[in-house]
Design a protein. Structure first.
Length: 647
């Protein structure tokens, strides 16, 4: 039907006009993709108005021009060859095939990010290919993605069909020159001119002082850092991050003495008490946003926002709970280093970075010399997300995955063993371990494609989104785990830490801010009731390691980028990396550093939707020093392989 709507007659025109026409078609397609990207994710951009969106579209043209010139450089050269045979039918068919293939890939990435953005809160970058290389069972996951989000491949087909038809509307007209050599000579200056213009377009400007535009240049067209994703396009982000090193040296401070005075990740325990030999069990729940935990959201009154974690709610009343806790990243692969090794996810996940072989300390490597048995449990196929490799580097003595579980009937078909049976397996495996032990469990079931075991279909409420029933199922699995664990001899002598790997879209308005996109639960539970209470100050995943070690009276110096939550004198903060900006929370304020400059300040308590930028109205000179010190310590230590004490 679409073909009938488009003219079928091909019009011959000057070859250079034809090239300009085809490039303009691509620019139009990318702008339409940008509009779709915004429309599908409007809740993530509450501050975008009609007029600000026009500014975003204008800025997007610069990024689209750059990406399309990179993507079509070979096509443009082949098109401009000053040789008469290029007008032949076979050559023109080859050019079209090449054009459709290369640009089809670019359009596909733009369309995929329409959905994928809601999970990672940024455009896809080159690191995606590294992450994919670590994942087992990607084929099944990709097939399920296209099944659940069927409209993405459908839109791609429509775009490609329309682009193909519009491509053919103009046909390059051959020059009528008797002397082919003259045509060849006349074409060389054109190639040179197009080359110069292409370089200008790729760089984003013509001035000598203009450096190639980067992802953070999108900040010039937006009111908030998260809106930079609308300005950008996915092929541009992939090109700009390909082969880039994540950790480059920073020199915000002139001397190490000044840097260490402001912030140092080296922890020197002060306790004179003898070390405790309590077991430590860290449970990381997949996608458990704070929004799903009813006891942490008493302000919500809509029945659809009822708690999907009744057991976790009951446990919270018997625990020390941090109500203002945040994840350090947006992906599972970000969480493991943050939780177990106090390594934040800044710029690139540590697991897939060029520094993933660095010596690091973790809960396992630090407690093993103290006589602890250590193990990491993850019900996914072994090798998923590189967790088995990371845990080995981190010093865990044992990795237990789907292979070790061994019962194929309990496999969910995509992610791993269903939570309920794997949690039971986890409890029984710990019963075989010698005390004291330190273990970590990572759940898998509360994840896209939002399935639960057949016997629970219809038992758990759907709520606002399909994920809600999966959250309820995992909470049920957690309850069954504790029912089993309470009967075991090691239970009473165990410190439990329960948190999430990252937050996800909850469809609750107040969680659609760049701050609350990272909001998660954080609970410390001791069966003897010695840890109880509510802490409303800031907390983050990288605080777990120093807090656990403090509780155990760990005696030796170690390296951790978080703070000890039990130390009332510690300076609480939260640091994230979002859309080429560092997001830093301190007290009631959220700070944003882009390209080494403070670009925004919000009072997140008085202005929870982050609408009023306070930059220039208040002096936060001191507060700027801490995030820069953290970033410099992190980058320089990563680059120099100084992630353990003594290096």
């Amino acid at each position: 039907m679409l073909k009938r709507l488009l003219p079928t007659k091909r019009i011959e025109a000057n070859e250079y006009l034809v090239l300009l026409y085809r490039f303009s078609l691509l620019m139009l397609v990318y702008s339409v993709c940008r509009i779709l990207f915004f429309l599908f994710n409007t809740a993530s951009f509450p501050k975008v108005t009609f007029f600000s969106f026009l500014t975003i579209l204008k800025g997007g043209l610069m990024f689209d021009t750059s990406a399309l010139l990179y993507l079509n450089a070979v096509y443009i050269l082949l098109f401009l060859l000053p040789l008469q045979f290029k007008f032949s039918s076979w050559y023109q068919k080859f050019l079209k095939w090449f054009f459709m293939f290369t640009n089809g890939v670019g359009i596909a990435f733009n369309l995929i990010d329409i959905v994928y953005f809601r999970y990672i809160l940024k455009r896809t970058t080159a690191s995606m290919f590294d992450v994919a290389a670590f994942d087992a069972g990607n084929t099944n996951l990709i097939m399920r993605f296209f099944y659940d989000f069927w409209y993405i491949p459908l839109m791609l087909v429509v775009f490609m069909f329309a682009l193909s038809a519009l491509y053919d509307m103009l046909k390059p007209k051959p020059f009528r020159l008797r002397n082919q050599f003259i045509y060849f000579l006349s074409g060389l200056p054109v190639i040179f001119i197009v080359f110069v213009l292409s370089v200008i377009g790729m760089r984003g400007g013509w001035r000598h002082s203009t450096r190639p535009i980067n992802m953070n240049n999108a900040g010039a067209f937006v009111q908030a850092p998260e809106e930079m994703a609308i300005v950008q396009n996915t092929p541009f982000c992939i090109f700009r991050t390909w082969g880039k090193k994540a950790f480059v040296h920073k020199k915000y401070f002139a001397s190490e003495e000044e840097l260490n005075r402001i912030y140092s990740p080296v922890h020197i325990p002060q306790s004179v008490e003898p070390p405790k030999k309590d077991n430590v069990v860290i449970i990381i729940l997949e996608s458990f946003s704070r929004a799903f935990v009813g006891s942490l959201n008493p302000q919500l009154t809509d029945p659809r926002d009822r708690s999907y974690t009744p057991f976790l709610d009951s446990l919270i009343h018997e625990s020390l709970v941090f109500t203002n806790a945040f994840a350090n990243g947006r992906k599972s692969i970000d969480a493991i280093p943050s939780v177990t090794a106090s390594i934040p996810a800044l710029v690139l996940p540590y697991v897939i970075s060029e520094r993933s072989g660095n010596a690091i300390n973790s809960i396992a490597s630090l407690l093993s010399p103290q006589g602890y048995q250590t193990a990491f449990f993850h019900g996914a196929p072994n090798g998923s997300m590189g967790f088995d490799a990371f845990t080995k580097i981190a010093g865990f003595q044992r990795y237990v995955g789907k292979n070790e579980y061994g019962i194929e009937a309990d496999f969910d078909g995509i992610w791993g063993v269903w939570d309920e049976p794997f949690f039971q397996f986890f409890a029984h495996e710990m019963n075989k371990m010698q005390e004291p032990f330190a273990t970590t469990l990572f759940s898998v079931s509360s994840h896209h494609p939002y399935e639960i075991p057949a016997k629970y279909k219809g038992k758990f409420p759907e709520g606002r989104i399909p994920l809600n029933k999966c959250i309820r199922y995992t909470d049920h699995s957690l309850q069954k785990f504790f029912d089993t664990a309470r009967k075991m001899p090691w239970f009473k002598n165990t410190l439990f830490v329960i948190t999430a790997d990252h937050a996800v879209d909850s469809d609750i308005k107040e969680y659609y801010t760049s701050v609350n996109y990272f909001a998660i639960p954080l609970i410390f539970y001791k069966p003897d009731g010695s840890l109880k209470g509510v802490d409303n100050e800031l907390a983050e995943q990288i605080d777990i390691l120093p807090t656990v070690l403090s509780y155990l009276n760990y005696p030796n110096p170690y390296l951790a980028f978080g703070t000890n939550l039990f130390d009332k004198n510690s300076r609480r903060f939260v640091i994230n990396y979002i859309q080429d900006s560092y997001q830093f929370l301190s007290g009631d304020y959220a700070f944003y550093l882009t390209d080494d400059k403070l670009t925004a300040i919000y009072n997140r308590k008085e202005d929870p939707e982050l609408k009023k930028n306070l930059i220039g109205t208040v002096d936060f000179t001191v507060e700027q020093l801490l995030p820069k010190a953290i970033v410099q310590q992190f980058n320089n230590r990563m680059a120099d392989n100084r992630m353990v004490v003594g290096k």
